[in-house]
Design a binder for this molecule. Structure first.
Ligand SMILES: [Zn+2]
Length: 194
């Protein structure tokens, strides 16, 4: 902002009111975005959240729910699961200690293995063999980012319609998984609006 003002003063140039308003508004947006990025990056527990939602715009799953309102509840769940802090603790369903409770419930907990398998079978049935292989070749962190609606290298190479179908397919399965494991999130005081 100051650099604009200085150059205007130096050149005795007064910008048109609308142009000035646009410059101010864009500068504020950039300032807010940088401040937001810095505050999130300083908190390692928000590492996954930042990977999923790396800029200050509408979450892409919110945009998806606008076109497919039937899936809103499930899409909001994916957003919540992807936004909560990474916390360590003991799983009250299988008693395993984990450094990442959300990751444990979605990818590892034995208590919900049937629901997880059902979800992955549905995904494999939905997308091509090549896309399935690449999906499961990712490490657990990237896999989770993919399942919770983030855009990583895997998602970038997916056809956008395939990505949309994948997200919509995951909603029902994630709701089921959540319903069977939310007591763990509650126990560990996740702000989840149980
Ligand atoms: Zn468990």
């Amino acid at each position: 902002m100051l650099s604009f003002l200085e150059s205007y003063i130096e050149e005795a140039y007064i910008p048109d009111k609308r142009l000035w308003s646009k410059i101010v508004s864009q500068s504020i947006t950039i300032f807010e975005e940088n401040r937001w990025i810095l505050s999130v990056q300083r908190r390692p527990e928000l590492n996954r959240y930042f990977k999923i939602h790396s800029c200050l715009t509408d979450h892409r799953l919110v945009r998806l729910s606008a076109t497919d309102p039937f899936f809103t509840r499930g899409l909001l769940l994916l957003i919540r699961l992807g936004s909560v802090a990474i916390k360590s603790g003991q799983c009250t369903l299988c008693n395993h200690y984990t450094d990442d409770i959300v990751k444990h419930l979605i990818l590892n907990c034995e208590h919900v293995v049937d629901i997880r398998n059902e979800m992955f079978y549905a995904v494999v049935n939905l997308i091509s063999v090549q896309d399935s292989v690449k999906l499961f070749q990712q490490d657990e962190d990237d896999m989770l980012v993919t399942l919770l609606g983030g855009v990583n290298d895997y998602v970038k190479q997916l056809n956008s319609d395939v990505w949309k179908q994948l997200m919509l397919c995951l909603t029902g399965h994630m709701l089921k998984l959540y319903n069977h494991s939310k007591s763990v999130l509650f126990y560990h005081n996740f702000n989840f609006g149980h």
